[in-house]
Design a protein around this ligand. Sequence first.
Ligand SMILES: NC(=O)c1ccc[n+]([C@@H]2O[C@H](COP(=O)([O-])OP(=O)(O)OC[C@H]3O[C@@H](n4cnc5c(N)ncnc54)[C@H](OP(=O)(O)O)[C@@H]3O)[C@@H](O)[C@H]2O)c1
Length: 296
Amino acid sequence: MGLKACTSEFILGDDRMKILITGANGQLGRELQKQYRDIEVELILTDVKELDITDVTAVNEFVSKNKPNVIINCAAHTQVDKCEEQIDLAYKINAIGPKNLAAAGFAVGAEIVQVSTDYVFNGEGNAHLTEFDNANPQTVYGTTKLHGENLVKEFNPKHYIVRTAWLYGDGNNFVKTMINLSKNNSEITVVKDQIGSPTSTVDLAKVIIKLVDEKNYGLFHCTCKGECSWYDFAKEIFRLKNIDVTVKPCKTEEFPRPAKRPKYSVLRNYMLELTTGDITREWQESLKEYIENLDI
Ligand SMILES: NC(=O)c1ccc[n+]([C@@H]2O[C@H](COP(=O)([O-])OP(=O)(O)OC[C@H]3O[C@@H](n4cnc5c(N)ncnc54)[C@H](OP(=O)(O)O)[C@@H]3O)[C@@H](O)[C@H]2O)c1
């Protein structure tokens, strides 16, 4: 998809809220564009080609020139295994980039939304994790994302930090991988001993828009409700898509990966429950809607 970069819908005297979305071509960025288009705001859309968030000079110049009211950072190094090797790059994109945006935003009075992850936790417990639980990342990805959270807090008090997990939307994700695999395989093996909450970008974007609308600053967990294993997730994808394939369960040890995977990282949207209200849906309901609209 070509990015309609730096949409210049601004006209003199226009007092609509100006929102800069960085990493706008990613899964969450695309969904936010879609939902914000139905609302009276001015969107400034950038991805790495238009604004590399790791380039402090470029970020300072761009933000001081465009003066957004809100910056929503959807840019990230999301390839968890590659982060284990590309350590410097992971720090640059996941920690320094958010710091650059937070500081540049602060200088022009802009708020910042930083999106984070369940990987900030160690994933070894068996209870739902709230915003009041201690982070203890086990991977380069999780560590750099946690530094990103902390730097955003340090450099801009008007922040919304939103942790999500198992995200799928318009882009590469587990749902599409499973469907594509089923085209050439009658049997697919999927891990059953990692538990989380599949989350649609639709639900996440709605929550972000609501938080910004209500100026409800702080740290929030935002995943769809309920929990399952990757194996259960795959089974539900094939059931909803009417695909006849055998799904075989396996253990994490059978598929060693460079980055350690959390065994149990179910986030409870506790801050949403306590404040604005939790508008996310059950994961099966969101997945059904996604699959009905999927054209693969
Ligand atoms: N995906 C998940 O399962 C998941 C789970 C938990 C949390 N999250 C978090 O949710 C957020 C959104 O994830 P997503 O799945 O929408 O990510 P995504 O689809 O990977 O999109 C990230 C976007 O950021 C861009 N980008 C990379 N480096 C950049 C840079 N230096 N400057 C500007 N843009 C850059 C990427 O461009 P290129 O593609 O060209 O690199 C891509 O368009 C991220 O913060 C992620 O950490 C995701």
